[in-house]
Design a protein around this ligand. Structure first.
Ligand SMILES: [Fe+2]
Length: 190
């Protein structure tokens, strides 16, 4: 595909570069991604070294599917996952596919079968990634999850598929956020 960077060696730095190349032109979205990655770098203290690097690099890549050259299904979680799978990064692909309970939106978009090809690992990395994304607003501002849900409703309308999906996912989102907050409370402060 023309204009699509490849991502052979996967590190925090290469993830940041790829994200910057693909999303850096969208000022607002890039501010969101940078803020989620910053939050992930702080939250990473709750994990061991290998998992903490995975959390941070996945945070850089979690919204990569919004980049136009990666568009496939039209659902960013799956389009980002598909690109990461093509690059050979299966675990990150699955984390990106499922960030912030994306399976609910996939179902509403008729994409459950595609989603099913990406197992949800259901780990602390998954919970912390959802926490970082769901407590960061679209321009990178800090938000509670309920503020974030209200903001989505405002931006996409009460009948929007994203609004419906997040409403349906609310309980599961809360479960993941609570698990993440517990991990952070038990972890040493930075
Ligand atoms: Fe995000």
């Amino acid at each position: 595909m023309h204009g699509v960077p490849s991502l052979h060696e996967l590190t925090v730095s290469s993830a940041r570069s790829a994200a910057s190349e693909l999303l850096g032109g969208d000022v607002r979205r890039w501010a969101h991604v940078q803020a989620v990655a910053r939050k992930a770098a702080e939250a990473a203290r709750a994990l061991g070294p290998a998992e903490s690097e995975l959390l941070v690099l996945t945070a850089w890549l979690h919204d990569i599917g919004y980049a136009e050259p990666l568009m496939g299904t039209g659902f960013h979680s799956l389009d980002g996952a598909q690109w990461l799978r093509q690059q050979g990064h299966e675990r990150v692909a699955c984390l990106v596919a499922h960030h912030s309970c994306a399976s609910f939106e996939a179902a509403l978009r008729g994409l459950s079968e595609v989603m099913a090809t990406y197992p949800d690992e259901g780990t602390s990395v998954r919970d912390l990634l959802t926490y970082c994304d769901m407590t960061t607003g679209p321009a990178g501002q800090a938000m509670t999850m309920d503020e974030r849900l209200a903001d989505v409703r405002k931006r996409y309308g009460s009948d929007g598929v994203v609004t419906h999906a997040l409403q349906a996912a609310r309980e599961e989102l809360l479960r993941q956020l609570t698990a993440a907050e517990r991990l952070l409370a038990d972890a040493q402060p930075m």
